[in-house]
Design a protein around this ligand. Structure first.
Ligand code: UD1
Length: 422
């Protein structure tokens, strides 16, 4: 099922339930290593990245069992032999940047880990310098040999750490390490993303003492022992945003059940500027779009609560068929503009101004074609372009999309889209 076929130009109408959050589930799955007791994670999304994390956990001897409404994890029999930790399935570590959370979790549980560079990238190309500098302050010593990274600590101790940039992953790694360290850690310049808050909520339910999650300064008291818990993974704000932009681009009226609107302020603000009517109902977010989208003068991505980089490509798709000209500035990841080329093949007029900015001259119609997905959110953006464009579009490389969307074709079919995975 690597390609998706879409007959575009159909307005979306209906309702769909928003899945559990990928970016909350992944670090929380890593955090389950910190206790010997069972955690039950409800609403854990069944997506490729979660399966990949579970494979890594199982390779470490962790017992993971899927149940109807979630996943049950017990890390009592975690293998604590350092050599074994170094034997995590290489391609799983390489293919997923968030395997980096295992660094903090394993340091917290056993004080040492040897692993591949996550995401298959070397420092510099996809840096982990912020993680390393922060963890060093807590007593972690790093060594590098043959593409493997070894981290170990005689004693983990609290520290007063200031991050130079609010990296989500580095914030999560410091928290995962600090809950098991001796003493207090103060983390300044922390990421404020809702997924950091979810990780802290889970850890607090397990007995951790954390204050200030969601703000720039987080205080963590180290604790000797954590316990199992039941935790409900929150709904995925990026999936909700993707479907929202689908409705804004294709038109129609949709109800996004359980959409976490309190985490979507910047996204809703943009949708309104584009001409959508967004209303909060008791069931979720109701979006109505009956006109052609309006251009926006400047859309900038920024750390939370700013506009999320993960929704930049879906927003770009909408702006390609908006009335007027827009500029998008990408401030988090430089390689997000790989969708420009395939979008142009649909008739979009996009100009690369520099590595961080594109100018979009809205066109009245896009025309279906064959496009290749090369990454998760960019792939979802191409799929939205297929919904908006006239005629048939075929998206190949869809395994990237399935890394983050549980059932995107079924969800969009429920909204009336003519879409099938082949
Ligand atoms: C997380 C999300 C990802 C989202 C991103 C930004 C997960 C699994 N992934 O990724 O979906 O797009 O936050 O909201 O939660 N950086 C460094 N050095 C470091 C760490 C990061 O230079 O040590 C840079 C990165 O290259 C990037 C920026 O900081 O340019 C943001 O990275 P970060 O916030 O760490 O993103 P991730 O945690 O990888």
């Amino acid at each position: 099922m690597d390609s998706i076929h879409i007959q575009g130009g159909v307005a979306l109408r209906g309702k769909v339930r928003i899945q559990g959050s990928k970016n909350a589930a992944l670090p929380i799955l890593a955090a389950t290593l910190l206790t010997k007791e069972t955690s039950h994670l409800q609403n854990c999304p069944r997506i490729a990245d979660v399966y990949c994390m579970i494979r890594l956990l199982r390779s470490l001897g962790v017992c993971v069992r899927w149940e109807e409404n979630g996943v049950r994890v017990n890390a009592k029999s975690l293998q604590t032999d350092e050599l074994v930790l170094g034997n995590m399935p290489t391609e799983a570590v390489r293919s997923m940047r968030s395997s980096l959370c295992l660094l903090g979790a394993l340091l917290g549980r056993v004080g040492a880990v040897t692993m591949e560079y996550p995401g298959g990238c070397v420092i510099g190309e996809r840096p982990i310098d912020i993680h390393i500098a922060a963890l060093k302050q807590m007593g972690v010593v790093f060594a590098e040999a043959d593409g493997m990274l070894t981290a170990s600590a005689q004693t983990l101790h609290g520290a007063d750490i200031t991050l130079p940039f609010p990296s989500v992953g580095a914030t999560e790694n410091v928290i995962l390490t600090a809950v098991m360290a001796e003493g207090t850690t103060i983390l300044r310049g922390a990421a404020r993303e809702p997924e950091v808050v979810a990780l802290c909520e889970y850890l607090e339910q397990c007995g951790a003492r954390i204050e200030g999650a969601g703000g720039q300064t987080i205080q963590i008291e180290g604790t000797g022992q954590l316990y199992g818990t039941h935790y409900q993974i929150p709904p995925d704000r990026i999936v909700a945003g993707t479907y929202l932009f689908g409705a804004v681009g294709a038109g129609g009226s949709v109800l996004l059940e359980r959409a976490p609107i309190q985490q979507m302020e910047a996204v809703l603000e943009l949708a309104k500027q584009m001409g959508a009517q967004c209303d909060l109902t008791t069931e979720g977010l109701y979006v109505q779009m009956e006109t052609r989208p309006q251009a926006v003068p400047l859309l900038c991505t920024a750390p939370y609560p700013g506009f999320p980089t993960d929704l930049q490509s879906p927003a770009l798709t909408v702006l390609t068929c908006a009335e007027g000209d827009s500029v998008i500035e990408e401030n988090i990841f430089e390689n997000r503009f790989r969708v420009v080329e395939p979008l142009r093949s649909l008739g979009a007029q996009i100009e690369l101004l520099d590595r961080h900015r594109v100018a979009v001259h809205g066109v009245e119609r896009l025309h279906g074609t064959v496009m290749e997905a090369k990454e998760l959110r960019g792939g979802a953006a191409l799929l939205l372009a297929g919904l908006v464009a006239d005629g048939e579009s075929i998206i190949t490389g869809c395994s990237y999309i399935y890394r983050g969307y549980e059932n995107i074709c079924k969800d969009l079919r429920e909204l009336g889209a003519r879409i099938t995975s082949v």
